[in-house]
Design a protein around this ligand. Structure first.
Ligand code: SAM
Length: 237
């Protein structure tokens, strides 16, 4: 896994040098994931080569979309740690909060953070729409990121309230997301966001192309958002 990650990072990341120990730490994380996945449902991707490409390198592509040095990031619906944990390994000065509503995944993430010897990263058990109403989390982060959590129109209500004015929400999607983005434009506007850019990239050693939608938080989110999840689903913005 390590050699594949090393060469993939070399191909993919053009904006900054990555720490020397990053490929081996990412490979170790991948090994821990594959091992634990035998007894706990953490990921559908189990082949080590796919873990290296479709998880680690896919998340590393975010480095080309923004500058994370010395910033704060919340990963909403992190699951087994994607994209927040690889980003932390690639940018050690980034302060990361991994948020997930499934407690056993959060427990495993905190164990894994300890096993990898990482500092300035924590996994928190909670729902994004509740965190978005708490003082500790609301409009506190330079970045929110999310991959494979919900349709963008709903996801914006989970993520944008967590981002500071002047910060960014990075939504990781497939390249077929044009309609999804179009349908989310009103929600983005209501929540104080503005679509800034889209980045397409091919994951090294694969034929897979993904897209990151970069949304700037240009104004505070109105106080009544986020609503309860049932309300968000029933009456999307
Ligand atoms: N982001 C990871 C990835 O790309 O591999 C995990 C994706 S997994 C399909 C979706 C995760 O989002 C699950 O772990 C689920 O528990 C979490 N989730 C769903 N809705 C959530 C919410 N409202 N707040 C926090 N976590 C949520």
């Amino acid at each position: 896994m390590e050699a594949l990650i090393r060469s993939g990072l070399f191909q993919l990341v053009r904006t900054q040098p990555v720490p020397q120990e990053a490929p081996s730490l990412l490979a170790r994380y991948g090994e821990l994931l594959v091992e634990k996945n035998k007894v706990m449902n953490l990921t559908a991707i189990t082949d080590p080569q796919d873990v290296a490409t479709l998880h680690m390198l896919d998340c590393a592509a975010l480095l080309n979309c923004a500058g994370f040095t010395g910033k704060t990031l919340i990963d909403v619906g992190t699951g087994a740690g994607f994209p927040g944990l690889p980003l932390k390994i690639l940018v050690p000065s980034l302060e990361v909060t991994l948020l997930d509503s499934l407690n056993k995944r959060v427990d495993w993430l905190n164990e894994t953070i300890g096993a990898l010897g990482l500092e300035g990263i924590q996994a928190v058990h909670g729902r994004a729409e509740e965190a978005g109403r708490e003082l500790e989390f609301r409009e506190r982060f330079d970045f929110a990121a999310a991959r494979a959590v919900a349709d963008l129109r709903l996801l914006c209500e989970l993520c944008l309230p967590l981002v500071k004015v002047g910060g960014r929400f990075l939504a990781m999607k497939g390249t077929d997301c044009a309609q999804e983005l179009e349908a989310a434009l009103l929600a983005i506007q209501i929540l104080g966001g503005r679509v800034e850019d889209c980045f397409d990239y091919q994951i090294p050693h694969t034929n897979v192309t993904h897209r990151v939608i970069l949304i700037e938080k240009s104004a505070p989110s109105p106080e009544k958002y986020p609503r309860r999840w049932t309300k968000i689903q029933k009456s999307p913005l």
